[in-house]
Ligand binder design. Sequence first.
Ligand SMILES: Nc1ncnc2c1ncn2[C@@H]1O[C@H](COS(=O)(=O)NC(=O)C[C@H](N)c2ccccc2)[C@@H](O)[C@H]1O
Length: 547
Amino acid sequence: MDALPELPGQLPVQPPGQLPGLGPHSGEFLHEFLLAAARKSPDRPAVVESAGAGETTVTSYRELSDQTRSFAEEIHGLGLDIGDRVILESDTTAASIALFLACSSLDLTFVPVSPDTPDERLLAIAETTEAALHIRAAEKPREGIPHNVGTACFRWGGIAVDRRPAPRVRRRREKAVTDPAYIIFTSGTTGRPKGVVMSHRAVTAFYRGMLAHRIATPEDRVASTSPLQFDFSLLNIGLALGSGAALVPVPQALVRWPRRFLGVLRDTGATQVNGVPSIWRQALRREPERLAALERLRGVLFCGEDFPLPELRRLRELLPDIRIVNCYGATESMACSFEEVPDPLPEGTERLSIGFAHPGAEMLLIDTEGNIVDDPHVTGEIVLRSPALFSGYWADPEATDAALIPDPLNPCSGQRVLRTGDLAHKGEGGEMYFCGRKDSQVQIRGNRVELPEIEGRLLDHPDVTAAAVLLLGSAEPNGAEPALTAFVVPAPQSPAPPDAAALRTHCATALPAYMVPQDIHLLDALPTTPNGKTDRPALAAAVREAA
Ligand SMILES: Nc1ncnc2c1ncn2[C@@H]1O[C@H](COS(=O)(=O)NC(=O)C[C@H](N)c2ccccc2)[C@@H](O)[C@H]1O
């Protein structure tokens, strides 16, 4: 976009030649929010990357800001229009952060995808978003990118364009904070993946709510272990840069190797480690001593699914002084609440509190008829009122209307709130306790069953460290009853793996018969999705294949 022509009576616009968006703005745009620290402390570290063999690469805020500007100039020359989509295929690195900040400064919508995204899924995302540009960290181009989509390769220092984007009519003349900053394609837990559209205004409103908790200080080094395509990585970038701290991106290839993962944390001096619960499983099993030796580590933040309590207790045994934060929320508002896990965790704790929504947002509970649930200990569906709500699902108005519902407290107002699909009940103080997803509620012989309740019972067994329970349709063609099937990971310190009969008896002594799993499979590890969550469809498929 060229510098805008002066209009009669118009207030002065940015001087020509100055890139849109990098001027002294209100800080409402994603890149302005994240680079604010560059003005205050330009020489402090913004990104600290492991360079192997104990070496690190440190990028200062000034360097990150300069690279952002340089990338923006290069992309500016491709003739894209405000709001055009740019697919960004990369892991989290200083260069990919500068790249998405450059997109933000030009008000281009970035769509992060992992380098291991299958071709078919990448092409589906390029098609549905009508992407203008696909820009990748890898040298090797992707096969089959449609010809009207520009392609390029980037690294710190520059962008090499293989194919310019098709020329387009440029209609937009002004950036708006309501424009989509990014689109995150969820892992498609329910059917086809949904593109969650987040505006600049929503994501910066979330960041402000999160930073009110003062989780990180400028002296912190916040390790991020999620892929860039998962908004947990964007939360971590916001937490680190928004706090004037440094981000430590842990390469995806290393997260699953405990010795290398812990080596990156040691070498970079990480003080805070953010990740889904499964990132700790192998380190707890195989490298407890190296884990306990991380003396710089002062905090762990997790999200995405319940942290199995035996593993959480074990983590705390090895790192007794760390603060553990349970961060709950959905991609449709980036996240929602930050609740410190009590230390010590009281014996008999079955559910962790997810507390209250971050400042500026609030969680309500509704029943199946949509009425507000006020009574403590009565389970309802979490509804979120927040300035950080997503704009909608890309090209899916029906799914959007199902998720963004009229405010149950003031349905005439036109205000929308997010229906999360999550169940919770309130404690005596109004704090919330997560009770699983609505779709993890199944009917067995007419009884409503919460699968997480069975998982919780299995986790109570001293020889179990992780568990997943599914209700699997019967393989027999005679349509016999679906079977409750459990997948269990034995505890590392248990002398011998538990046997299925003992686990069934353990369940039968606390649960009604219809809640006792018929089949129990012992696994060395639970399969995980690209975002690190337990991959339940993969478990079901494994049983079908074995049948
Ligand atoms: N702390 C939790 N305990 C237990 N179940 C949970 C929890 N955090 C989510 N979840 C579950 O995960 C669902 C959201 O899944 S998601 O849309 O893929 N988004 C995420 O998982 C990550 C989310 N955007 C996020 C990013 C960064 C920080 C916090 C949360 C929620 O609706 C919950 O069912």
